[in-house]
Design a protein around this ligand. Structure first.
Ligand SMILES: C[S@@+](CC[C@H](N)C(=O)[O-])C[C@H]1O[C@@H](n2cnc3c(N)ncnc32)[C@H](O)[C@@H]1O
Length: 238
């Protein structure tokens, strides 16, 4: 976890550049749309692995209140600048400094793969949600492609590649069935897992455009394509 924290502290000042260009904006907006759709509007949200506060800002703009928690003090500093009215906490997603039944909504975007103990994180999410509260987690799913990502990242580290999110962080990816089981074991009901975005953000333009065009037709046949999924559930009313 220390490595992840150090990495995000190092890239905190340039993290938002990734999502500032046309493609980056479109990509993050797309993911946020999926997550928003799964959550109650106008409630009190906790965003885990909140980074620079992009989703906290979105939830507040849509009429809610929100706080964020992230393991990287550097990212949290940017979150505080972006949304001075919201609370930002430094901490790890599997030990939450909040009372039981505090939140109406729980989100986590592009951070779940870093959490070493997803069972503990989901237990904590369940605890801090109010009965009837909803959770939505967007994360890279496990495919033939993402199974080799850790090796590619290890090589990247060896050649000194310092890109946002690229490093040997012992990330974990899950198939749709695995993530659904994690949610159900934590006690959530109405669990769904849906594909929410093509994840090859780093491809050069012509290849990216071509891959996006053909992806809907070949995604089941070419499992090496990487995509994010949005897993969602509800804490039972009683
Ligand atoms: C790819 S960034 C995503 C940031 C933000 N959610 C977004 O959508 O822009 C991953 C974030 O997860 C945070 N993170 C990684 N492991 C974490 C953990 N165990 N607990 C809390 N945050 C964590 C990192 O510090 C980083 O800010």
């Amino acid at each position: 976890m220390k490595k992840v924290q150090q990495h995000y502290d190092e890239v905190a000042d340039v993290y938002d550049d990734r999502y500032d260009g046309r493609r980056g904006k479109c990509y993050h907006r797309h993911i946020s749309d999926h997550v928003m759709r799964e959550l109650p509007k106008g409630g009190f949200l906790l965003d885990l692995g909140c980074g620079t506060g992009l989703f906290v800002q979105r939830y507040v703009e849509e009429g809610g209140r929100a706080v964020g928690l992230d393991i990287s003090p550097g990212m949290v500093r940017h979150g505080r600048q972006r949304c001075p009215e919201s609370g930002f906490f430094v901490g790890t997603a599997d030990v939450l400094p909040f009372k039981d039944a505090t939140f109406d909504a729980l989100a986590s975007l592009l951070a779940f793969s870093y959490v070493p103990n997803p069972e503990a994180m989901l237990r904590e999410c369940f605890r801090v949600l109010k009965p009837g509260g909803r959770i939505a987690v967007c994360t890279l799913s496990r495919t033939a492609f993402t199974s080799i990502v850790p090796i590619a990242y290890q090589m990247g580290v060896k050649v000194g590649l310092k890109k946002v999110g690229v490093g040997d962080f012992d990330e974990h990816y899950y198939t749709n069935a695995e993530i659904a089981e994690l949610f159900e074991d934590a006690g959530f009901e109405d669990v769904s897992v849906s594909r929410c975005s093509f994840a090859h953000l780093n491809l050069a333009d012509p290849v990216f455009n071509l891959a996006r065009k053909v992806e809907p037709f070949v995604e089941e046949k070419l499992p090496y394509l990487a995509y994010n999924v949005c897993a969602a559930g509800k804490k039972p009313e009683n």
